[in-house]
Ligand binder design. Structure first.
Ligand code: C2E
Ligand code: CA
Ligand code: CA
Length: 739
């Protein structure tokens, strides 16, 4: 999963979690809001009902008081109403009455404040004269026009129980209001008392109340005819049924009105509070909830951030391991590929991917040690790194492989840079001050746009190495059309090789070997040829390197060995005198511990006596692992095979090495023979031969093409000659004629 995908999924997780959290806070707040509204309406209801009860008690108390007083007053009243009024002075004062008075049946009254009023017109008066107690609605005081309410009780004649007068107590409405207008909801609430028909009994002084209104229904409809219509209707129903309950209404703002029956005169207590008060209280709680939600989100985000940071840190640690090359401290291949992918898109120049390694790095390591080897790698990394332009990349991979990415405009420019770089890298100074000549192999893949991923491009750069021929010096090759065709061709060969072996398409050609002294035929080398079903002959250079890479070579070598044994046996049986024939054994035999045993088995099966077949091992194979090779050589000797060291002089061997391997014949490589004519080269050849002879090793020169070469080799005591000068590799039938 890419870094961005991970980031997105984390972000998504965060967003979803926050959304869930927000939804939870929202629904929680909704339920809180509803609960709170209900709770507040309930407290409004309680307040209202309590106030109604208080009001009822207040009225009942006052009435009780008046009733008691009426007994006392009843006795003195008839004789002297003024004295009765005087008697009540004290009670009036104690109970905060504006006045108490006694009235005669004609309505004339005597009061504690000395006002002589006639109350015959008052509604309560007639009610009381009929034997009931009464509480008046609010009235205008006859004396000073102030608003008042009046309690009144009958004064009964003790013996006849007739009503002989009225005892009344006048409250200033102010005082009455004080009873009901307890402060609630922080002073925002207020109350009215109304009659059954909605006419007001006690109004309110509260600044937000209906001012000077006569009827509550009318007041509601005046305040907001549209919105309050239903509410007024609802209130009317509640009052008429003497039920309690609430309405919502509008008077500049939304309000709640709670209606509680008082139980006196069909009066109703209406308790009002603005919706805002309830909402404010709810909002306070809600704000706390939101704050908590926000806090949770913040904590959650912090937590998420922390987790992501931890994750990123771990990721970075892992990345560092995978992305940093241990030896150079620079990019690893993994990092290179990752960066290269981005780099390819961003540059408008052409791009080349170059795979590079050091020829004989293993040899260098063996000679100078691993530390020095690592120094060399760091040196190359540094030098190449310094030559890079911005946007170009370099990485060190396993062992001595490097890969780098260059941008360029023309192929000439690219080659010039590579050439310059190689020249720069050509000499390495070891810790001990020695100058080591570096040979590099570079495989260049020009990114052509149609190709796919960077890794396979790098592979192609690496594959291009196969086209590098002249090892021993710095060289480069392009992965281009030719390489592509070559690879296609190799694919084809690989698909055919097994069947070709079964069908006997691989045959041995015999190249004669001659003695230099007598120029006598002394043997031959068996060289494989692929004779296809159409009769065409394929040369080994086209398939041997491939078989060495894919491992098929060991099968082919065994087959050739078997073939040669059979052929020699045939010649023997034909009465001819066969000469020793050498077969090539690939370096791959090093990795197959059973190979020699298998060869011995094949030899025994053929019935051929030992001595007729010899084995050629290439010098570089011997050098690669001297110990293992000596084991192989020893086993071969035991089985009666002579061992020849092929291609002497092409690898990294030194002549000193000859003493370490027990070979019988040294095959001087064609490259030495080609140099005959050059004085120094000739000196080397004669010394090699001298040294070999001193170690009881015979010498054969291969690739001898001219008489000049032959004469020289003869003069320096080279034992045998193989080459076109004496004979080319030829089919068994033709070579057999020489025997
Ligand atoms: P090699 O073992 O060094 O064989 C000698 C090569 O030099 C042969 O090439 C031979 O034809 C060629 N040659 C001989 N005299 C002359 C000469 O005077 N002038 C020139 N220009 N060339 C000469 P060939 O047959 O093409 O084989 C090439 C290589 O393929 C061999 O080099 C050997 O390494 C490999 N090879 C051939 N057959 C086998 C085999 O059966 N098994 C293995 N493992 N390798 C084989
Ligand atoms: Ca050979
Ligand atoms: Ca050779």
């Amino acid at each position: 999963m890419s870094k961005y995908k991970k980031l997105y999924s984390t972000l998504l997780l965060g967003v979803v979690s926050i959304a869930i959290l927000l939804a939870a806070v929202f629904s929680y707040s909704k339920s809180i809001e509803e609960n709170y509204k209900e709770e507040n309406l309930n407290s409004l209801k309680e307040l209202s009902n309590q106030a109604a009860v208080m009001l009822y008690n207040e009225i009942a108390n006052k009435q009780n008081l008046l009733q008691e007083l009426s007994h006392d007053v009843g006795r003195i009243f008839v004789d002297d109403p003024q004295a009765a009024a005087n008697y009540l002075q004290d009670a009036a004062k104690r109970n905060n009455f504006k006045r108490i008075g006694v009235a005669l049946p004609d309505g004339s009254s005597f009061t504690t404040d000395g006002a002589h009023l006639n109350i015959a017109e008052r509604e309560y008066f007639s009610k009381v004269m009929n034997g009931h107690m009464a509480v008046s609605r609010n009235l205008d005081d006859y004396t000073d026009g102030g608003r008042i309410a009046v309690y009144a009780v009958p004064i009964f004649d003790e013996s006849s129980q007739d009503v002989k007068g009225v005892l009344f107590a006048t409250y200033s409405l102010e005082t009455f209001r004080n009873t009901i207008e307890i402060s609630f909801f922080g002073g925002a609430g207020y109350s009215y008392v109304v009659q059954e028909n909605g006419d007001v009994v006690v109004d309110s002084k509260h600044p937000e109340s209906f001012k000077g209104f006569q009827n509550v229904y009318a007041a509601l409809l005046t305040a907001d005819p549209v919105n309050n219509k239903d509410s007024a209707e609802k209130l009317w129903q509640m009052i008429n049924r003497k039920q309690d309950g609430y309405i919502e209404f509008y008077n500049k703002e939304q309000k709640y009105m709670y209606c509680s029956p008082i139980g006196v005169n069909n009066w109703m207590l209406l308790t009002v509070t603005p919706a805002r008060v309830i909402e404010d209280r709810t909002n306070t709680i809600l704000n706390k909830t939101y704050l908590l939600g926000l806090l949770l989100i913040v904590i959650f985000l912090a937590f998420l951030w922390h987790i992501m940071r931890l994750h990123a840190r771990n990721q970075k640690k892992l990345m560092d391991i995978a992305y940093v090359d241990e030896i150079t401290g620079g990019y690893s291949f993994a990092r290179f590929f990752k960066e290269a992918e981005l780099g390819l898109v961003t540059s408008d120049k052409k791009t080349a991917i170059i795979s590079m390694d050091i020829d004989g790095f293993k040899y260098f390591n063996d000679m100078f040690g691993y530390e020095e080897g690592n120094d060399l790698l760091r040196y190359i990394w540094r030098e190449v790194g310094e030559s890079l332009n911005t946007g170009e990349l370099l990485a060190h991979g396993v062992a001595d492989t490097f890969i780098f990415l260059l941008h360029f405009d023309t192929r000439d420019e690219l080659l010039w840079r590579i050439n310059d770089l190689c020249l720069h890298l050509s000499h390495y100074h070891t810790r001990t001050g020695q100058v080591y000549k570096l040979a590099l192999s570079l495989w260049i893949y020009e990114v052509d746009g149609e190709t796919d991923d960077i890794v396979s491009m790098a592979d192609r750069a690496y594959i291009a190495r196969q086209t590098i021929k002249n090892k021993g010096d710095t060289a480069w090759a392009f992965y281009d059309g030719a390489v592509r065709n070559k690879l296609l061709h190799e694919k084809e060969i690989e698909s055919q090789m097994e069947k070709a072996l079964l069908d006997g398409e691989f045959i041995a050609y015999y190249q004669p070997k001659y003695s230099t002294a007598e120029q006598k035929l002394i043997g031959a080398e068996a060289l494989v040829r692929w004779q296809r079903s159409d009769g065409s002959i394929v040369s080994p250079s086209e398939f041997i390197p491939l078989f060495e890479r894919n491992g098929f070579i060991t099968k082919l070598d065994r087959y050739m060995f078997h073939n040669v044994c059979k052929q020699q046996m045939l010649w023997l049986q034909q009465g001819l005198k066969p000469l020793p024939v050498s077969v090539n054994m690939s370096r791959m035999c090093l990795y197959d511990p059973h190979l020699v045993d298998e060869y011995i088995e094949v030899l025994e099966e053929s019935g051929l006596p030992p001595g007729y077949v010899e084995i050629e091992l290439t010098e570089s194979a011997i050098f690669e692992n001297t110990e293992v090779m000596n084991g192989v050589i020893e086993a071969l000797h035991k089985a009666g095979f002579k061992v020849l060291m092929d291609d002497f002089g092409t690898g990294y061997s030194s002549m000193v090495m000859l003493k370490d391997v027990n070979i019988d014949v040294l095959k001087l490589d064609k490259s030495f023979v080609d140099d005959i004519g050059d004085e120094r080269s000739e000196k080397i050849i004669s010394n090699i031969i001298y040294l070999a002879h001193s170690l009881q090793i015979e010498v054969i020169a291969e690739g001898v093409e001219t008489e000049v070469q032959f004469v020289f080799l003869q003069s320096v005591g080279c034992d045998y000659i193989q080459g076109y000068y004496f004979g080319r590799p030829q089919p068994a039938a033709i070579f057999g004629e020489l025997l």
